[in-house]
Design a protein. Structure first.
Length: 333
């Protein structure tokens, strides 16, 4: 399925904007600050259900009461979203709802400049990034993650109560144990899946013998639900003092390992760029294989961060996908 066009009304700094998309590569050209990224953001909302960088109240053009975005596919299918300052609604051919229906979601590979800082960034950023990938691969993972985060917030809120007994947390502990073990199993499987090809793909970009893989670390390796539950219960006093849940998969880390060392401290800028490019290509291949859909590729001003050889590699690897690129300079490959 290919995007045919998209229209924006009162979205960021756009009063009105319309873009016709090509089936292969569409270039959005303009100076920094002119709203190029906003177009990719609108596409992301209509394909994934939410923005990748802000809340809806931040998106409305200043001084306006609402925003609306509408998109059509080459199949004739149309979808729109509107936010009136209070409520966001999605409208498809047969339904209006507050969330984008699962059947209307479409896989997207988003590549933005600060993805290049992913290797050396904080563990939480990598965890969030891979959560996004794994959620694209599996609806069950996405649902489990959403429920886990809600239960975790509820437990953390209770921990701030003055009068609290272990039994007050039992229902939340039980839910976290169930969902936490599920998430840990998924993360183990999917990091292993990425590791099957990321090293080979990296070599095709960097043309050397360096080694790259992901290392998944969790406080709950191969733990049962019963063991998870007991660990939460035994951390009750500690958690009361801290005011948050100290045990669980929210403490997981996924690190890039480069030549047997943490890539964040050992890979050069060029090597880091090759690692992230390899990850994007592997991500696209896995989604295509698992979902039988070619993801739409959104490239947000990343060409300025890449040298000539990596630019060509990026274009060549995504030549069979629909690609929408923002850039401050024109180019042809």
């Amino acid at each position: 399925m290919l995007i045919k066009d998209i229209s924006l009304t009162n979205f960021r700094n756009h009063s009105q904007y319309h873009l016709d998309c090509k089936p292969d590569t569409t270039l959005i050209l303009g100076e920094n600050g002119c709203g190029k990224t906003s177009v990719l953001e609108a596409i992301y909302i209509l394909t994934r259900g939410k923005s990748f960088r802000a809340t809806d109240s931040d998106i409305i053009k200043r001084g306006e009461p609402f925003y609306r975005i509408a998109m059509s596919y080459d199949t004739g299918e149309q979808i729109s979203a509107a936010y009136d300052g209070t409520t966001k609604t999605f409208k498809t051919v047969d339904k209006t709802s507050k969330r984008l229906p699962s059947k209307n979601k479409y896989p997207v590979i988003l590549f933005e400049p600060h993805d290049l800082n992913l290797v050396g960034g904080p563990p939480s950023r990598r965890r969030d990034y891979f959560d996004r990938i794994f959620s694209d691969i599996s609806e069950d993972y996405a649902t489990s993650l959403s429920k886990y985060n809600k239960a975790l917030r509820q437990r953390n809120e209770l921990l701030k109560s003055e009068r609290l007994s272990p039994t007050d947390l039992f229902a939340w502990n039980l839910l976290l144990a169930d969902l936490g073990t599920t998430l840990s199993k998924y993360r183990d499987v999917y990091t292993a899946l990425i590791n099957q090809t990321i090293n080979v793909v990296y070599h095709s970009i960097a043309d050397n013998n360096d080694s790259v893989h992901l290392a998944y670390s969790t406080p709950v390796p191969h733990i049962t639900k019963e063991q998870y539950l007991k660990s939460l219960e035994s951390s009750f006093e500690k958690d009361r003092i801290l005011g948050y849940t100290s045990f669980g998969v929210q403490r997981d880390t996924i690190d890039f390992i480069f030549n047997d060392n943490l890539a964040g401290g050992s890979a050069s800028r060029g090597e880091t760029r090759s690692i992230i490019l390899a990850l994007k290509f592997v991500e696209s291949n896995i989604i295509t294989d698992k979902l039988n859909k070619k993801p739409i590729i959104l490239l947000d001003d990343v060409f300025s961060e890449l040298d000539e050889s990596r630019r060509k590699c990026l274009v060549n690897n995504f030549k069979n996908n629909q690609v929408i690129i923002t850039s401050v300079e024109d180019f042809t490959y």
